[in-house]
Ligand binder design. Structure first.
Ligand SMILES: NC(=O)c1ccc[n+]([C@@H]2O[C@H](COP(=O)([O-])OP(=O)(O)OC[C@H]3O[C@@H](n4cnc5c(N)ncnc54)[C@H](OP(=O)(O)O)[C@@H]3O)[C@@H](O)[C@H]2O)c1
Length: 318
């Protein structure tokens, strides 16, 4: 509830050795943040009264460490605040350039967004040209990047999202070949109509009934990969999590289901950054931003992540 959140003002009196102060430019509102607000969250539980964690990009305004200079752009766990006092070693320098805005480092080049999409689709899903790729949560931050990466790799892409506006965004703005509005029902039938020979790669951000509908439409001749990136449908209701009913399709269709955590694939981040940067500069990767401002509205943005009211990357500009 919004009344569970509060805003506090603190003064930074001095910058200890090895630290820097960063003026926060853009914060990424990611599903994992929600898990830090419940007991036993996968990403640890935040203490009562602590600042809500969030990845962000910002500019160094004061530094007491030789590795960082005033004006440097940095990425890190800057959290829900206007200025972050951070150990320099917890910050990664980034290099915005003409055509690549600072906020791209929490968007297409963000670890929890574009890099997650790349790792899931390419390192884990091993997508190949000519394959049929189905993406759930396709109009969200990760999903939008998956759609465009799959197209760039020569796949045929079907996105699943909630509502006609999101479906139009998928097809008209980011190049999906087709879109399914899961709110109109019979998702399984809609997948079958668009991909009668079945799905090669299902990139799942949502879980639940949509996962079952995809399992039921895996290619009968075998070799499909189901990539479990997340399960947005269950983050609001950890007490009643239900698994897929049709998991036996994996055996029947000789298919694989693989999960991943993006941080386990850090060795390939450089490769991912290079491919995505090139696509951005060629105007083949574009991520719409839904901006919420100022910092007081961070809790509104967090709740918005799960009510489906944003398209693309949900961010806060403090
Ligand atoms: N594995 C990893 O390392 C990793 C890293 C980062 C993120 N993730 C995961 O990636 C997923 C996407 O994250 P994101 O930041 O890009 O979020 P997002 O897709 O921008 O936002 C979540 C979207 O999920 C959809 N959704 C929410 N509840 C739903 C429901 N009950 N049924 C169907 N759709 C529902 C909504 O879109 P609609 O309006 O279309 O329903 C909502 O916009 C999350 O599950 C997150 O946990 C995983």
């Amino acid at each position: 509830m919004l009344s569970d959140f509060g805003v506090a003002t603190e003064t930074i009196d001095r910058v200890p050795e090895g630290h820097a102060v960063v003026k926060v430019d853009t914060l990424s509102i990611d599903a994992w943040i929600r898990t830090t607000l419940s007991d036993g969250g996968l990403h640890e539980t935040g203490d009562l009264g602590s600042t809500i964690r969030a990845f962000g990009v910002g500019r160094v305004v004061e530094s007491n460490d030789a590795s960082l200079n005033e004006g440097d752009w940095v990425y890190g766990l800057l959290s829900a605040q206007t200025h972050a006092l951070m150990p320099a070693k917890a910050l990664t320098k980034v290099s915005p350039q003409p055509g690549i805005a600072p906020s791209a480092f929490v968007g297409p080049l963000g670890i929890t967004t574009g890099i997650t999409a790349w790792v899931g689709l390419i390192a884990v899903g091993n997508v190949q040209a000519g394959e049929v790729v189905l993406v759930s949560g396709a109009a969200g931050a990760v999903g939008s990047c998956v759609v465009q990466l799959a197209k760039a790799r020569g796949a045929r892409v079907i996105g699943i999202a909630g509502g006609p506006e999101k479906c139009a965004y998928l097809v008209n703005e980011i190049g999906a070949d087709a879109a399914i509005d899961y709110k109109t029902g019979d998702v399984g039938g809609q997948i079958r109509a668009l991909a009668p020979d079945g799905i090669d790669v299902f990139f799942d951000n949502v879980g639940g009934e949509i996962l079952d509908a995809a399992l039921d439409n895996l290619r009968e001749t075998g070799g499909s990969r189901v990539v479990i990136c997340g399960a947005s449908y269950q983050y609001q209701n950890f007490e009643d999590v239900r698994g897929p009913k049709l998991h036996l399709r994996l055996a029947e269709r000789n298919a694989a289901m693989l999960g991943f955590v993006v941080s386990h694939h850090a060795a390939r981040f450089g490769e991912a950054m290079a491919e995505i940067s090139a696509l951005i500069l060629e105007s083949r990767m574009h991520l719409r931003e839904h901006v919420v401002a100022p910092i007081d509205r961070f809790p509104d943005a967090l709740l918005m992540l799960f009510d489906g009211s944003h398209i693309g990357n949900l961010v806060v500009r403090p």
